[in-house]
Design a protein around this ligand. Structure first.
Ligand code: FRU
Length: 497
């Protein structure tokens, strides 16, 4: 084992002991210690789910990237394994960036990742940066980097592709047993494109095609692609940077994309793509999927936003967490996401309140509170209802005016998630909204709270809003405020995981 990897392993083993169970979410994965960003290598291998992640153990800020590693049987209980990769070779000495993993079927697990290398030229103000694709093969615990790495470097780039931004390979197996890998890059106009490479053995790769070009439709660079078939459609997930609000339903910055369309399998070109926002909340990015043994397509994302990393809980010993894994479907061409069914096993202490009248501000309902809960609200939306807006405060301590909230504006058909009053002292990114475009007479909101996060599944997964929470753990109240009068139905469970 290299010194760099050994050092990281010793460090995480020692310092993770300082983090009490209660200081982490109950079922969302956080870094063993230090910093976490993107999910990597989400895969099945040896009867377990494996999830790797962008990892810097030594600090709660981003630093030279490693691959952290955890395994799970049910995607809710995670066991940490030792850090799997460090940047310990000349071609990845500045970091092992995002990528994917695949079961090779011969007892071997293959990781495909981006190696980052910076070279200083004499008198230069900046280093020359190169990103290249590499593989490591292992047994689910220990991984050996391939001797002929990198397997795809700038010499294999098509014309009009950046060797500086060239990353995040997603490897998949095709029906004939060979491999394809999808990765993000920029063209010379600074616009993202997804490249496709093909290989018979996952080691020798050849450029195949440009799957899709951004052509300045959504931001600039597109990172972290994933490609899969779902219910008669082909889906491309990607993470565009620098999106402007007019491009994508009023959202800006890093916005998680799900492009639903069709891929010509021979040519590996996508067409008829419909761009959909994969999550309308404040924190969700770099999402990738795994195929469960029972055929479910399950997606997980980094529940953070690059532009909001300055929101912190003082002295917290970890930073960054994964979202709840979600089951994907497509209905009428639209992506539907719901929490993995496994969570239902842990719903305890049901409280069901039918048609409860809400009038005035900060109304509480007996038995409806908690910070580790799965709660569904049903709100009547008919124009004749005697209210224009309803606000649901959660993770709240009303006496201190601390809360996060969901605000539904009936006439504007908008839902806003907000953490301005959650106790953080930074100015940016406290609120995001989406349009409720269903004409159903009830708005259904399923809210899952896990100490440090909120995820809202709207109308059985038509839209999702996720965000990290920074409020003190004793802020447990749920309260309702409205400018009129309405009856809400609430079904609440504690989550005992
Ligand atoms: C996305 C990303 C990836 C990159 C990684 C670096 O969040 O920028 O493109 O591989 O993070 O940590």
């Amino acid at each position: 084992m290299t010194r760099k990897l050994e050092k990281a392993r010793q460090y995480e083993k020692k310092y993770s002991k300082n983090i009490q169970k209660k200081e982490r979410p109950a079922f969302h994965l956080t870094p063993y210690v230090g910093w976490m960003n993107d999910p990597n290598g989400f895969s099945r291998f040896g009867d377990k789910y494996h999830l790797f992640y962008q990892y810097y153990p030594y600090d709660t800020n981003w630093g030279p990237m490693h691959w952290g590693h955890a395994v799970s049987d049910d995607l809710l209980h995670w066991e940490y394994l030792p850090v799997a990769l460090a940047g310990d070779k000349p071609y990845d000495k500045n970091g092992v960036f995002s990528g994917s993993a695949i079961d090779l079927g011969n007892g071997k697990h293959l990781l495909m990742y981006t190696g980052v290398k910076e070279t200083w030229k004499k008198k230069a103000k900046h280093p020359q940066v190169r990103q290249m694709q590499c593989v490591a093969i292992g047994n689910g615990l220990e991984y050996e980097k391939y001797e002929n790495n990198p397997v795809i470097d700038e010499t294999k780039l098509p014309k009009n592709a950046s060797p500086v931004d060239f990353r995040d390979p997603k490897i998949v197996r095709t029906d004939d047993g060979s491999f394809l890998a999808y990765m993000g890059t920029k063209d010379k106009q600074e616009s993202g494109q997804i490249l496709v490479y093909e290989s018979k053995d996952a080691l020798n790769w050849k450029f195949k095609s440009v799957l899709i070009k951004n052509n300045a439709r959504l931001g600039n660079m597109w990172e972290c692609p994933d490609v899969f078939e779902l219910e008669g459609y082909d889906v491309l997930l990607a993470s565009p940077q620098d999106v402007t609000p007019e491009q994508f339903e009023g959202l800006s910055g890093n916005v998680p994309l799900a492009a639903i369309g069709h891929i010509d399998k021979e040519k590996q070109v996508m067409y008829d793509e419909d761009f959909q926002v994969a999550d309308y909340g404040l924190d969700f990015y770099a999402h990738q999927t795994v195929l469960a043994p029972d055929g479910r397509r399950i997606m997980i994302g980094w529940m953070q936003n690059w532009d909001a990393c300055c929101h912190r809980i003082p002295k917290q010993k970890w930073f960054g967490q994964m979202s709840l894994p979600r089951e994907l479907h497509i209905v009428d061409g639209k992506l539907i996401q719901n929490p993995i069914q496994e969570i239902e096993k842990y719903r305890k202490n049901q409280v069901l309140v039918n048609q409860h009248e809400i009038q005035g501000t900060n109304q509480k309902i007996q038995g409806i509170s908690g910070r580790l809960v799965d709660v569904t609200f049903k709100i009547p939306t008919d124009a004749k209802e005697e209210y224009t807006q309803i606000q649901i405060k959660f993770a709240a301590d009303i006496s201190k005016n601390r809360y996060c909230s969901l605000l539904y504006r009936k006439n504007e058909h908008t839902l806003t998630i907000d953490r301005l009053y959650s106790g953080n002292q930074r100015a940016i990114l406290n609120q995001r909204s989406c349009i409720i475009d269903s004409d159903a007479s009830t708005l259904k909101l399923r809210l899952i709270l896990d100490r440090f996060s909120a995820e809202v599944f709207v109308n059985d997964g038509q839209k999702v809003m996720s965000m990290a929470l920074y409020t003190e753990q004793d802020a447990q109240e749920i309260a309702f405020s409205t400018d009129g009068k309405l009856n809400v139905t609430v079904e609440k469970y504690d989550l005992e995981i």
